[in-house]
Design a protein around this ligand. Structure first.
Ligand SMILES: [Zn+2]
Length: 212
């Protein structure tokens, strides 16, 4: 069950107050997608994962948190006082997270934008958002102090992102690298499944339960 609250929040950027919906609790029944998008009911709570200021467009985990330079990454608003699309909200949150140096969070929000685009069947936008997520995930894993387990899980996830972008070659190559480095258990099963899908030219969405 999903519980939702309401709170008045003052924007750290423009100083105006707006009502924000907050997620009290939710649940996910069943397996997540291969890119770890949660199942329902959590799946449908995406708009509650971020806060959005309708006055200036600022979007972040909480809009009362200030981030230096955030004004520069807000999208130009055509209609002031009107909320941006969920896709644009997550892309904005992604750029704000990037400003803080948190590449993993920037990647996560870009992927959320892709999920919002998937829901609207905006295929080209979804690909653009996934490519952005891939770039941030690359930056997050390409550091000497990256946790090896975290890095492995991120790279397995990236195989799915590349495949969903129809980038069969890059997806297969990354999957092969992961297999060569040694992937066992569920990870091995997922990566082999991804290789099969790439071979078949299949860019559809699958869940972890679909892995055979
Ligand atoms: Zn604002």
């Amino acid at each position: 069950m999903t519980t939702i609250g309401e709170v008045d929040r003052t924007c750290a950027l423009c100083g105006k107050t707006s009502e924000q919906m907050t997620l009290g609790s939710t649940n996910a029944m069943g397996a997540p997608d291969l890119d770890l998008r949660p199942s329902e009911m959590q799946r449908s709570t995406m708009s509650l994962w971020i806060e959005h200021c309708v006055h200036c467009g600022y979007t972040n985990k909480r809009i009362d948190l200030s981030v230096v330079g955030a004004e520069a990454v807000l999208p130009a608003q055509n209609k002031p006082e009107q909320a941006l699309s969920l896709i644009e909200q997550f892309l904005t949150a992604s750029r704000v997270a990037d400003l803080t140096g948190d590449k993993t969070q920037a990647a996560h929000y870009a992927l959320c934008a892709a999920w919002a685009a998937d829901d609207k069947e905006e295929t080209d936008t979804a690909v653009r958002c996934r490519r952005r997520a891939i770039a941030y995930f690359n930056a997050a894993t390409d550091t000497p102090d990256a946790d090896p387990d975290q890095r492995l899980h991120t790279r397995v996830r990236m195989v799915d992102l590349l495949r969903r972008c129809l980038d069969w070659e890059a997806a297969s190559q990354l999957a092969q690298e992961i297999m060569t480095e040694g992937a066992d258990g569920v990870i091995g099963d997922v990566v082999r499944f991804q290789l099969k899908l790439c071979k078949q030219g299949d860019a559809n969405c699958y869940t972890v339960a679909d892995v055979d």
